[in-house]
Design a protein around this ligand. Structure first.
Ligand code: PEP
Ligand code: MN
Length: 341
Protein backbone atom coordinates (compact mmCIF):
# COMPACT_ATOMS: atom_id res chain seq x y z
CA UNK A 1 0.00 0.00 0.00
CA UNK A 2 1.14 3.45 -0.93
CA UNK A 3 -0.47 6.58 0.46
CA UNK A 4 0.00 9.70 -1.61
CA UNK A 5 -0.54 12.90 0.36
CA UNK A 6 -2.12 16.04 -1.13
CA UNK A 7 0.26 18.86 -2.08
CA UNK A 8 -1.11 20.96 0.80
CA UNK A 9 -1.01 18.15 3.39
CA UNK A 10 0.39 19.32 6.72
CA UNK A 11 3.02 17.65 8.88
CA UNK A 12 0.16 16.79 11.23
CA UNK A 13 -1.71 15.00 8.41
CA UNK A 14 1.41 12.95 7.62
CA UNK A 15 1.95 12.08 11.29
CA UNK A 16 -1.67 10.94 11.57
CA UNK A 17 -1.22 8.57 8.61
CA UNK A 18 1.96 7.18 10.19
CA UNK A 19 0.10 6.66 13.45
CA UNK A 20 -2.69 4.70 11.75
CA UNK A 21 -0.14 2.55 9.89
CA UNK A 22 1.70 1.76 13.12
CA UNK A 23 -1.54 1.01 14.99
CA UNK A 24 -2.29 -1.60 12.34
CA UNK A 25 1.07 -3.19 13.20
CA UNK A 26 2.87 -2.15 10.01
CA UNK A 27 5.84 0.07 9.27
CA UNK A 28 5.46 3.52 7.68
CA UNK A 29 8.11 4.97 5.37
CA UNK A 30 7.71 8.69 4.80
CA UNK A 31 9.34 9.76 1.55
CA UNK A 32 9.06 13.44 0.70
CA UNK A 33 9.06 14.26 -3.02
CA UNK A 34 9.36 17.51 -4.94
CA UNK A 35 5.66 18.39 -4.65
CA UNK A 36 4.01 15.64 -2.62
CA UNK A 37 4.94 13.30 0.19
CA UNK A 38 4.25 9.59 -0.08
CA UNK A 39 3.98 7.13 2.77
CA UNK A 40 4.91 3.54 1.94
CA UNK A 41 3.66 0.66 4.08
CA UNK A 42 5.72 -2.47 4.69
CA UNK A 43 5.38 -5.37 7.08
CA UNK A 44 1.91 -6.42 5.87
CA UNK A 45 1.61 -10.05 4.82
CA UNK A 46 -1.65 -9.64 2.90
CA UNK A 47 -3.40 -6.69 1.22
CA UNK A 48 -4.15 -3.59 3.32
CA UNK A 49 -7.64 -2.08 3.12
CA UNK A 50 -7.39 1.43 1.59
CA UNK A 51 -10.46 2.46 3.59
CA UNK A 52 -8.19 2.91 6.63
CA UNK A 53 -6.62 5.93 4.94
CA UNK A 54 -8.80 7.27 2.16
CA UNK A 55 -10.82 9.64 4.33
CA UNK A 56 -8.01 10.92 6.52
CA UNK A 57 -7.26 14.64 6.11
CA UNK A 58 -4.47 15.39 3.64
CA UNK A 59 -4.63 12.02 1.88
CA UNK A 60 -4.92 12.23 -1.93
CA UNK A 61 -5.12 8.49 -2.58
CA UNK A 62 -4.27 5.07 -1.19
CA UNK A 63 -2.89 2.80 -3.89
CA UNK A 64 -2.47 -0.98 -3.75
CA UNK A 65 1.01 -1.99 -4.91
CA UNK A 66 1.10 -5.23 -6.83
CA UNK A 67 4.83 -5.21 -7.63
CA UNK A 68 7.16 -7.16 -5.35
CA UNK A 69 9.05 -3.97 -4.50
CA UNK A 70 7.58 -0.77 -3.12
CA UNK A 71 10.11 1.63 -1.63
CA UNK A 72 12.50 1.58 -4.59
CA UNK A 73 9.77 2.55 -7.06
CA UNK A 74 8.85 5.77 -8.76
CA UNK A 75 5.25 5.02 -7.72
CA UNK A 76 6.35 5.96 -4.23
CA UNK A 77 8.73 8.76 -5.25
CA UNK A 78 8.37 10.01 -8.83
CA UNK A 79 11.40 12.30 -8.75
CA UNK A 80 14.97 10.99 -8.56
CA UNK A 81 16.66 10.50 -5.21
CA UNK A 82 19.77 12.50 -4.53
CA UNK A 83 21.99 10.64 -2.10
CA UNK A 84 24.34 12.53 0.17
CA UNK A 85 27.71 10.83 0.55
CA UNK A 86 29.97 12.70 2.95
CA UNK A 87 30.02 16.31 1.75
CA UNK A 88 28.96 15.49 -1.82
CA UNK A 89 25.98 14.02 -3.67
CA UNK A 90 25.20 11.22 -6.09
CA UNK A 91 22.20 11.46 -8.39
CA UNK A 92 21.89 15.23 -8.27
CA UNK A 93 22.84 15.98 -11.86
CA UNK A 94 26.62 16.04 -11.55
CA UNK A 95 28.47 12.98 -12.84
CA UNK A 96 29.83 11.27 -9.70
CA UNK A 97 33.19 9.60 -10.18
CA UNK A 98 34.34 7.14 -7.51
CA UNK A 99 37.95 6.25 -8.23
CA UNK A 100 40.79 4.48 -6.48
CA UNK A 101 42.61 1.18 -6.27
CA UNK A 102 40.88 -2.16 -6.01
CA UNK A 103 42.61 -2.81 -2.70
CA UNK A 104 44.39 -0.70 -0.14
CA UNK A 105 47.90 -2.16 -0.34
CA UNK A 106 50.03 0.48 1.34
CA UNK A 107 49.87 4.10 2.43
CA UNK A 108 52.24 5.07 -0.38
CA UNK A 109 50.19 3.29 -3.08
CA UNK A 110 46.92 4.77 -1.86
CA UNK A 111 48.29 8.31 -1.58
CA UNK A 112 49.71 8.19 -5.12
CA UNK A 113 46.27 7.35 -6.48
CA UNK A 114 44.47 9.78 -4.17
CA UNK A 115 46.62 12.62 -5.47
CA UNK A 116 45.45 11.90 -9.04
CA UNK A 117 41.82 11.47 -7.96
CA UNK A 118 41.83 14.76 -6.05
CA UNK A 119 43.57 16.50 -8.96
CA UNK A 120 40.92 15.30 -11.40
CA UNK A 121 38.17 17.01 -9.45
CA UNK A 122 36.41 13.79 -8.45
CA UNK A 123 34.78 13.85 -5.03
CA UNK A 124 34.84 10.18 -4.12
CA UNK A 125 37.69 7.79 -3.37
CA UNK A 126 37.46 4.00 -3.20
CA UNK A 127 39.76 1.23 -2.04
CA UNK A 128 39.03 -2.15 -0.49
CA UNK A 129 40.22 -2.96 3.01
CA UNK A 130 38.18 -6.19 3.04
CA UNK A 131 38.54 -8.04 -0.27
CA UNK A 132 36.20 -10.82 -1.41
CA UNK A 133 38.70 -13.06 -3.24
CA UNK A 134 37.94 -16.24 -5.16
CA UNK A 135 40.92 -17.98 -3.59
CA UNK A 136 41.46 -18.03 0.17
CA UNK A 137 45.20 -17.80 -0.55
CA UNK A 138 44.93 -14.46 -2.40
CA UNK A 139 45.48 -11.11 -0.66
CA UNK A 140 42.45 -10.57 1.57
CA UNK A 141 42.93 -6.86 2.31
CA UNK A 142 44.49 -4.97 5.19
CA UNK A 143 41.35 -4.74 7.31
CA UNK A 144 41.17 -1.92 9.86
CA UNK A 145 44.71 -0.78 9.04
CA UNK A 146 43.49 -0.18 5.47
CA UNK A 147 40.48 1.77 6.73
CA UNK A 148 42.81 4.01 8.72
CA UNK A 149 44.76 4.80 5.54
CA UNK A 150 41.48 5.67 3.79
CA UNK A 151 40.54 7.96 6.69
CA UNK A 152 43.90 9.72 6.18
CA UNK A 153 43.03 10.22 2.51
CA UNK A 154 39.74 11.83 3.54
CA UNK A 155 41.56 14.10 5.96
CA UNK A 156 44.37 15.06 3.56
CA UNK A 157 42.42 15.41 0.27
CA UNK A 158 38.82 16.01 1.40
CA UNK A 159 37.66 13.03 -0.68
CA UNK A 160 34.59 11.06 0.42
CA UNK A 161 35.41 7.42 1.08
CA UNK A 162 33.54 4.43 -0.36
CA UNK A 163 34.70 1.01 0.82
CA UNK A 164 33.35 -2.52 1.02
CA UNK A 165 32.10 -4.36 4.07
CA UNK A 166 31.75 -8.13 3.75
CA UNK A 167 30.05 -8.90 7.04
CA UNK A 168 28.39 -7.27 10.05
CA UNK A 169 31.70 -6.73 11.89
CA UNK A 170 33.07 -5.08 8.75
CA UNK A 171 30.04 -2.76 8.58
CA UNK A 172 30.69 -1.56 12.14
CA UNK A 173 34.29 -0.75 11.20
CA UNK A 174 33.54 0.80 7.79
CA UNK A 175 30.89 3.03 9.40
CA UNK A 176 33.54 4.41 11.71
CA UNK A 177 36.07 5.38 9.03
CA UNK A 178 34.21 5.83 5.72
CA UNK A 179 31.33 7.79 4.17
CA UNK A 180 29.65 5.01 2.20
CA UNK A 181 29.38 1.26 2.71
CA UNK A 182 29.88 -0.83 -0.42
CA UNK A 183 28.05 -4.14 -0.64
CA UNK A 184 29.84 -6.24 -3.24
CA UNK A 185 28.37 -8.33 -6.03
CA UNK A 186 28.94 -11.55 -4.09
CA UNK A 187 26.92 -10.24 -1.15
CA UNK A 188 24.02 -8.73 -3.09
CA UNK A 189 21.76 -11.50 -1.83
CA UNK A 190 23.25 -11.80 1.65
CA UNK A 191 19.94 -10.80 3.14
CA UNK A 192 21.06 -10.58 6.75
CA UNK A 193 23.89 -8.23 5.71
CA UNK A 194 21.43 -6.15 3.65
CA UNK A 195 19.15 -5.83 6.68
CA UNK A 196 22.13 -4.87 8.81
CA UNK A 197 23.23 -2.02 6.51
CA UNK A 198 19.56 -1.08 6.28
CA UNK A 199 19.87 -0.07 9.93
CA UNK A 200 23.00 2.00 9.30
CA UNK A 201 22.99 5.78 9.04
CA UNK A 202 25.58 5.67 6.23
CA UNK A 203 24.63 5.46 2.53
CA UNK A 204 25.07 2.13 0.77
CA UNK A 205 26.59 1.44 -2.65
CA UNK A 206 24.89 -1.79 -3.73
CA UNK A 207 26.60 -3.69 -6.53
CA UNK A 208 24.58 -5.96 -8.80
CA UNK A 209 25.14 -9.67 -8.24
CA UNK A 210 26.89 -11.35 -11.14
CA UNK A 211 23.79 -13.33 -12.06
CA UNK A 212 21.10 -11.05 -10.65
CA UNK A 213 18.06 -10.07 -12.67
CA UNK A 214 16.67 -6.54 -12.53
CA UNK A 215 13.99 -7.65 -10.05
CA UNK A 216 16.50 -9.38 -7.79
CA UNK A 217 18.72 -6.30 -7.87
CA UNK A 218 15.86 -3.98 -6.95
CA UNK A 219 14.63 -6.34 -4.25
CA UNK A 220 18.10 -6.30 -2.68
CA UNK A 221 17.83 -2.50 -2.51
CA UNK A 222 14.31 -2.92 -1.11
CA UNK A 223 15.74 -5.03 1.75
CA UNK A 224 17.98 -2.11 2.76
CA UNK A 225 15.23 0.49 2.43
CA UNK A 226 12.67 -1.63 4.28
CA UNK A 227 14.88 -1.30 7.37
CA UNK A 228 14.76 2.49 7.10
CA UNK A 229 17.95 3.34 5.19
CA UNK A 230 16.75 5.09 2.02
CA UNK A 231 20.23 6.14 0.93
CA UNK A 232 21.01 3.47 -1.63
CA UNK A 233 23.08 3.89 -4.80
CA UNK A 234 22.92 1.04 -7.32
CA UNK A 235 25.93 -0.10 -9.33
CA UNK A 236 26.05 -2.17 -12.53
CA UNK A 237 29.33 -4.10 -12.52
CA UNK A 238 28.88 -6.70 -15.24
CA UNK A 239 27.24 -10.11 -15.28
CA UNK A 240 28.34 -13.62 -16.23
CA UNK A 241 27.41 -14.63 -19.76
CA UNK A 242 28.72 -17.05 -22.41
CA UNK A 243 30.79 -14.20 -23.78
CA UNK A 244 34.45 -14.67 -22.84
CA UNK A 245 36.35 -11.79 -24.40
CA UNK A 246 35.92 -9.78 -21.21
CA UNK A 247 35.85 -10.70 -17.51
CA UNK A 248 32.12 -9.91 -17.37
CA UNK A 249 29.47 -8.51 -19.71
CA UNK A 250 28.68 -4.94 -18.75
CA UNK A 251 24.90 -4.80 -19.01
CA UNK A 252 24.34 -1.14 -19.78
CA UNK A 253 20.69 -1.74 -20.63
CA UNK A 254 20.00 -2.05 -16.93
CA UNK A 255 20.61 1.69 -16.50
CA UNK A 256 17.46 2.87 -18.34
CA UNK A 257 15.62 -0.22 -17.06
CA UNK A 258 16.34 0.79 -13.45
CA UNK A 259 15.58 4.44 -14.13
CA UNK A 260 12.16 3.57 -15.58
CA UNK A 261 11.12 1.81 -12.38
CA UNK A 262 13.21 3.32 -9.62
CA UNK A 263 14.09 6.73 -8.20
CA UNK A 264 17.46 5.46 -6.95
CA UNK A 265 20.66 6.63 -8.66
CA UNK A 266 22.62 4.06 -10.63
CA UNK A 267 26.31 4.18 -11.47
CA UNK A 268 28.40 2.00 -13.80
CA UNK A 269 31.61 0.12 -13.00
CA UNK A 270 33.47 -0.55 -16.26
CA UNK A 271 36.52 -1.86 -14.35
CA UNK A 272 34.91 -5.05 -13.01
CA UNK A 273 32.48 -4.94 -15.93
CA UNK A 274 35.29 -5.62 -18.42
CA UNK A 275 38.33 -6.72 -16.40
CA UNK A 276 40.61 -5.30 -19.08
CA UNK A 277 42.51 -2.03 -19.02
CA UNK A 278 41.89 -1.22 -22.69
CA UNK A 279 38.12 -1.68 -22.36
CA UNK A 280 37.61 0.50 -19.29
CA UNK A 281 37.70 3.85 -21.02
CA UNK A 282 35.31 3.01 -23.92
CA UNK A 283 32.78 1.39 -21.59
CA UNK A 284 33.05 4.23 -19.07
CA UNK A 285 32.12 6.66 -21.86
CA UNK A 286 29.25 4.39 -22.91
CA UNK A 287 28.04 4.28 -19.30
CA UNK A 288 27.84 8.05 -19.16
CA UNK A 289 26.15 8.22 -22.57
CA UNK A 290 23.49 5.74 -21.46
CA UNK A 291 22.58 8.04 -18.57
CA UNK A 292 24.35 6.66 -15.51
CA UNK A 293 24.63 8.97 -12.51
CA UNK A 294 28.28 8.13 -12.04
CA UNK A 295 31.19 5.78 -12.58
CA UNK A 296 33.37 3.55 -10.45
CA UNK A 297 36.92 3.34 -11.81
CA UNK A 298 39.88 1.34 -10.49
CA UNK A 299 43.25 3.10 -10.62
CA UNK A 300 46.68 1.83 -9.56
CA UNK A 301 50.05 3.62 -9.69
CA UNK A 302 51.65 0.51 -11.15
CA UNK A 303 48.96 -1.93 -12.41
CA UNK A 304 51.42 -4.76 -13.14
CA UNK A 305 52.35 -4.85 -9.44
CA UNK A 306 48.77 -4.69 -8.10
CA UNK A 307 47.82 -7.31 -5.49
CA UNK A 308 44.27 -7.39 -6.85
CA UNK A 309 42.61 -6.67 -10.23
CA UNK A 310 45.73 -5.24 -11.87
CA UNK A 311 44.56 -6.19 -15.38
CA UNK A 312 41.67 -3.75 -15.19
CA UNK A 313 43.40 -0.90 -13.37
CA UNK A 314 44.05 2.39 -15.15
CA UNK A 315 47.28 4.26 -14.50
CA UNK A 316 46.80 7.71 -12.93
CA UNK A 317 47.58 9.31 -16.32
CA UNK A 318 45.00 7.16 -18.12
CA UNK A 319 42.49 7.97 -15.39
CA UNK A 320 43.05 11.74 -15.63
CA UNK A 321 42.49 11.64 -19.38
CA UNK A 322 39.34 9.55 -18.98
CA UNK A 323 37.98 11.89 -16.32
CA UNK A 324 38.13 14.84 -18.72
CA UNK A 325 36.43 12.85 -21.46
CA UNK A 326 33.56 11.52 -19.36
CA UNK A 327 32.86 14.95 -17.88
CA UNK A 328 32.79 16.39 -21.42
CA UNK A 329 30.28 13.74 -22.51
CA UNK A 330 28.14 14.39 -19.45
CA UNK A 331 28.20 18.15 -20.05
CA UNK A 332 27.20 17.67 -23.69
CA UNK A 333 24.27 15.46 -22.65
CA UNK A 334 23.10 18.02 -20.07
CA UNK A 335 23.27 20.82 -22.65
CA UNK A 336 21.37 18.67 -25.14
CA UNK A 337 18.63 18.04 -22.57
CA UNK A 338 18.40 21.75 -21.84
CA UNK A 339 17.94 22.54 -25.53
CA UNK A 340 15.42 19.79 -26.22
CA UNK A 341 13.23 19.76 -23.09
C1 PEP B 1 35.33 -4.12 -5.94
O1 PEP B 1 34.63 -3.12 -6.15
O2 PEP B 1 36.55 -4.09 -5.72
C2 PEP B 1 34.69 -5.47 -6.04
C3 PEP B 1 35.18 -6.51 -5.41
O3 PEP B 1 33.62 -5.44 -6.85
P1 PEP B 1 32.50 -6.58 -7.15
O4 PEP B 1 31.82 -6.83 -5.85
O5 PEP B 1 31.64 -5.89 -8.16
O6 PEP B 1 33.21 -7.77 -7.70
MN1 MN C 1 38.44 -4.80 -7.83
Amino acid sequence: MLIVMKTDATQEDISRVVEVVEKLGYRAHVLPGATTTAVGITGNQGPVDPAHFENLPGVAEAIRVSKPYKLVTRDLKPNKSVIKVGNAEIGGGELAVIAGPCAVESREQVFKVAEAVAKSGAKFFRGGAFKPRTSPYSFQGKGEEGLKILAEVKERFGLNIVTEAMDERGVDLVERYADCIQIGARNMQNFSLLKYVGRSKKPVLLKRGMSATLDEFLLAAEYIMAEGNYNVILCERGIRTFSNHARNTLDLSIVPAVQKISHLPIIVDPSHGTGKNYMVSPLAKAGVAVGADGLLIEVHPCPEEALCDGAQALTPIQYLELYQQVQAIHKALCEYEEVFV
